[in-house]
Design a protein around this ligand. Structure first.
Ligand SMILES: Cc1cc2nc3c(=O)[nH]c(=O)nc-3n(C[C@H](O)[C@H](O)[C@H](O)COP(=O)(O)OP(=O)(O)OC[C@H]3O[C@@H](n4cnc5c(N)ncnc54)[C@H](O)[C@@H]3O)c2cc1C
Length: 533
């Protein structure tokens, strides 16, 4: 799979996905369609405001400069503005309104684990919040923290940028494990491994900009999870800096030495420590890949077919189902959106590995899909998906520019609950946003016991897009909880999903999370406000 895009720029535009010059206006045909469906209201971003006055004690700044050098301690408004939010639509809408109230006081760039530990020790001593920053692509309100820190009575907030932790630190070509610096972005990590004929295989849609430490801290899942697994399944070891000191975990491929404490750091979103190194299992780069698409009669047939593949151990590398509405947009004449039922459901498949494995698995997958009424559409839809799979975020910007409300949300459940959960979320979001709302759904992560559901929502913008989405998202979260789904399959908890976490982990679980926080971060400086209810 060719994933070699140009190296990511260090800084992203807080008002968009990607760097400032990345805007891609809607193509004329798409613009016509959008006007028909949602109306057009040109809504260019306002200039970014001025971040709150930096309230850090001078002693902290001096100590950080002594520790890291002046080039790696930045309190300029320009950079502080860029660190003011992640990449959810609410984040972008706030930034597009010029709001930078969540900016940190300082951005610091330590060079290695020891410097990260020293920054943490300083932060504890001076009661300053530390918000780890990987790629800044998080979508659950975990990336910024200036406002929360100030409200919590802390002396200020540091954005701890891991960008300089960007090396391949160790490679065990016998065991096939690699130790990667937490700040490595997706493409850079794959490029380093490719020099050794190896591949990690983690390709979330945010791949271009997201980091190895961020993948671990959010328990990310990539588009090729059917073949390579979720990111947390790839991790064999971790090194973290915590206010209690260094924490290294993972001495063997498997262990019965009590609970698996690596799971305390995986998904911890900077609340329990700063992940500095991640040891992952890697694979030999595949020599062959084949993409294709099938049309299944409907969503029920498609999920049954995919469940069969998962339960019979026949999974390809990439496997995704678009529901009828998403299929109508992807596959059919876009004007047929209203007649979605006729389009059936598109299933995209990619098989990677040796030529022998690809040929055999392809045949097995084709047999199951055909048995469930699938029609082979050839390579076209699969290759089109491959070529466009990192493009969605740029389209979101273009839609926000013309006043449309657009956002995604995700969950997962067991196979027996898929239809109920899909209907519940669709109904909740549609009822909240009202007439003209389009809700698309796809399945892109499958397991023997169930799958994820990923919704893309578009609606006429109206007066206050942020408030309208806030209400719709709350309705969706309530519906997810009521239908028994998880509040997040791969985006993590952050500040946005925290109000619903107790439904999932119970009072005992909340108590355990609080106890972990108290033990690992007794002064509460680590990314305050995320994850722990
Ligand atoms: C358009 C778009 C598409 C996306 N697609 C996917 C997808 O396909 N699959 C998926 O799983 N997610 C996806 N995401 C969500 C996001 O990209 C992931 O959560 C990603 O793992 C975040 O990585 P990051 O390096 O950008 O982390 P950041 O955004 O920098 O940080 C996320 C959180 O982790 C903490 N953190 C970051 N680095 C560390 C560290 N080293 N130690 C401790 N804490 C740390 C931060 O403080 C923050 O709370 C998408 C997001 C967008 C905007």
């Amino acid at each position: 799979m060719d994933v070699s895009r140009t190296a990511p720029p260090t800084e992203m535009d807080p008002q968009r996905w990607g760097p400032t010059d990345c805007a891609e206006p809607l193509a004329p045909a798409a613009r016509g369609l959008v006007e028909l469906a949602f109306g057009l209201a040109e809504t260019p971003p306002a200039p970014l405001g001025t971040p709150p006055a930096d309230g850090l004690p001078a002693a902290v700044r001096t100590a950080l400069v002594d520790l890291l050098g002046p080039a790696h301690v930045d309190d300029g408004d320009a950079l502080r503005r860029l660190r003011t939010a992640g990449k959810s639509t609410p984040d972008l809408l706030r930034a597009r309104a010029g709001d930078v109230a969540d900016a940190p006081d300082l951005v610091v760039r330590p060079a290695d684990h020891d410097q990260v530990q020293a920054v943490l020790d300083l932060a504890v001593a001076h009661r300053v919040a530390v918000v780890p920053f990987g790629g800044g692509t998080g979508v659950v309100g975990g990336v910024a923290g200036g406002r929360t820190a100030r409200e919590a009575g802390l002396a200020g907030a540091l954005s701890l940028d891991l960008v300089r932790l960007d090396s391949l630190l160790a490679l065990d070509e016998v065991s096939l494990t690699a130790t990667l610096g937490a700040g490595l972005r997706g493409p850079a990590a794959e490029a380093l491994l490719a020099e050794h004929g190896l591949v990690l295989g983690h390709y979330p849609q945010s791949f271009e900009h997201a980091s190895i430490g961020g993948f671990a801290a959010t328990r990310s899942s990539g588009q090729a999870s059917a073949g390579y697994g979720r990111f947390d399944a790839m991790v064999v070891g971790l090194r973290a800096a915590t206010p209690r000191g260094q924490w290294r975990l993972g001495v063997a491929p498997a262990s019965a030495a009590g609970p698996d404490l690596r799971q305390v750091l995986l998904g911890s979103e900077g609340a329990f420590g700063v992940v500095t190194e991640v040891t992952v299992r890697v694979r030999r780069a595949p020599s062959s890949a084949r993409f294709g698409g099938w049309r299944l009669p409907d969503f029920a047939a498609a999920t049954t077919a995919v469940r069969t593949l998962a339960q019979e151990g026949l999974l390809p590398t990439v496997l995704r189902i678009s529901d009828e509405t998403e299929t109508a947009l992807n596959l059919a004449d876009p004007s047929a959106v209203g007649e979605a039922a006729s389009a059936g459901c598109l299933v995209v498949v990619d098989v990677e590995g040796s030529a022998r494995h690809v040929a055999r698995r392809w045949e097995e997958v084709a047999e199951v899909l055909a048995a469930h009424g699938g029609t082979d559409l050839g390579a076209g839809p699969g290759e089109a998906w491959r070529d466009g799979r990192f493009h969605g975020p740029y389209l979101r910007d273009a839609l926000l520019d013309v006043g449309v409300l657009v956002e995604t949300l995700e969950t997962a459940t067991f196979w027996s609950g898929v239809d109920g959960l899909k209907a519940a979320v669709t109904d909740a979001v549609s009822a909240s946003l009202g007439d003209g709302t389009l809700v698309l759904c796809h399945v892109s992560h499958v397991y023997e016991t169930g799958c994820s559901l990923y919704f893309t929502v578009a609606a006429p913008g109206g007066q206050d897009r942020a408030a309208r989405w806030g209400a719709a998202k709350a309705a969706a979260c309530e519906a997810i909880v009521a239908a028994g789904g998880t509040i997040t399959h791969h985006h993590a908890v952050g500040r946005d999903h925290r109000p619903w976490l107790h439904h999932e982990v119970g009072d005992v679980g909340v108590g355990v999370l609080r106890a972990l926080k108290a033990e690992l971060d007794p002064t509460g400086v680590l990314n305050p406000g995320v994850l722990v209810p």
